[in-house]
Design a protein around this ligand. Structure first.
Ligand code: HEC
Ligand code: HEC
Length: 282
């Protein structure tokens, strides 16, 4: 039964997969003149030799939108994020800036090292969870609902303070290793009617075309990312949801334990790549 199911899935994918095409690896990405690391030697234990930003897989027109913050459509959200940073909300009468001051200083590098172990919560925190924690515990404000427009804007603003810095997680803290292992297991587990894993597409068929799309390594260094197709900023866990839905499986609960384990592992797979937030993709 198992063999038959796998065979059918193989066929379904084979039908959708077209010829491979080289990503534009000779191109270099500069944002407002600052050079980004878009190819980096993979960390030990990684299936690839080189980790590659999704930027290289996009068309010249899409790539160009990221080179200039003036034309990057997602910068409007970053500006909104800055506004929120300075806005007082909640019963404590505080804004993010009341405690963290100038984000350009206090938040530099923070986005490059998340998800990060949070001892009090006993799990890794990504930016969304950390911000909600600060809103509830420090500000006496309501947590953001998943994918609220203001949440995406604020996450993008805070991560943008790490633009260009290489992604690097500290897996020695707390139980980060355990979460990384669980994320890895999820990454290689086949699910859904199509019986596909993340690796089926982003590892085995990386560089191929699937329908009209050029399959990248599925890196998260540019999130939240502006997607031209949706004309909107898309959070990393929303992207996971979309990819899981494409396999006709039931998506993980956003910001739940499985999704956090997966984000931890997938972020590690992009170790050394520059934070590109907010990136622009198709
Ligand atoms: C009353 C003070 C206070 C306010 C207001 C506050 N925070 Fe925090 N924030 C903290 C403290 C204390 C920590 C570190 C301990 C913790 O995680 O609780 C922290 C940690 C963080 C971190 C992780 C920093 C790191 O180095 O890992 C981020 C990111 C962050 N806050 C963002 C925000 C944002 C965005 C807002 C506004 C929505 C905000 N904070 C509001 C006190 C505050
Ligand atoms: C059926 C094939 C397929 C599967 C299975 C799949 N994806 Fe994707 N994914 C895509 C396609 C197509 C894109 C858009 C083109 C690209 O960037 O690769 C994409 C894009 C992404 C991106 C955005 C990359 C960027 O540079 O912005 C991430 C992150 C991602 N996938 C993660 C995952 C994860 C995690 C899983 C497993 C839960 C997964 N994908 C499963 C097809 C798939």
């Amino acid at each position: 039964m198992r063999t038959i199911a796998t065979g059918v899935a193989g066929l379904a994918l084979a039908g959708a997969i077209a010829a491979s095409a080289e990503p534009a690896l000779e191109e270099t990405l500069e944002i407002d003149g600052q050079e980004m690391i878009t190819q980096a030697p993979a960390p030990e234990g990684h299936p690839f030799d080189t980790v590659i930003s999704g930027w290289h897989y996009r068309t010249p027109e899409t790539r160009a939108l990221e080179t200039d913050t003036f034309v990057n459509p997602a910068m409007l959200y970053v500006e909104r994020g800055e506004e929120i940073w300075n806005t007082v909300e909640g019963t404590a009468g505080k804004s993010c800036a009341s405690c963290h001051g100038d984000a350009a200083e206090s938040m530099k590098g923070v986005g490059a090292s998340m998800p990060k172990w949070n001892a009090k919560a006993g799990k890794p925190y990504n930016m969304d969870l950390q911000i909600n924690d600060c809103r509830v515990e420090q500000m006496g404000a309501e947590p953001y609902a998943f994918d609220a427009a203001d949440q995406k804007a604020l996450v993008a603003f805070v991560k943008h303070q790490s633009l260009g810095m290489p992604v690097g997680l500290d897996l020695t803290e707390g139980e980060m290793r355990k979460w990384w292992e669980q994320g890895k297991e999820i990454y290689y587990t086949r699910f859904g009617q199509l019986d596909l894993s993340c690796a089926s597409c982003h590892e085995q068929h990386n560089g191929r075309h699937i329908r009209a799309d050029h399959l990248s390594q599925g890196q998260v260094n540019g999130f939240p990312t502006y997607r031209l197709k949706q004309a909107d900023l898309v959070s990393v866990q929303n992207r996971f949801k979309g990819c899981v839905r494409d396999t006709r499986a039931v998506p993980f609960e956003p910001l739940g334990d499985e999704a956090m384990a997966l984000e931890t592992y997938v972020t590690w797979r992009g170790t050394g790549l520059s934070v590109e937030t907010p990136a622009v993709r198709q």
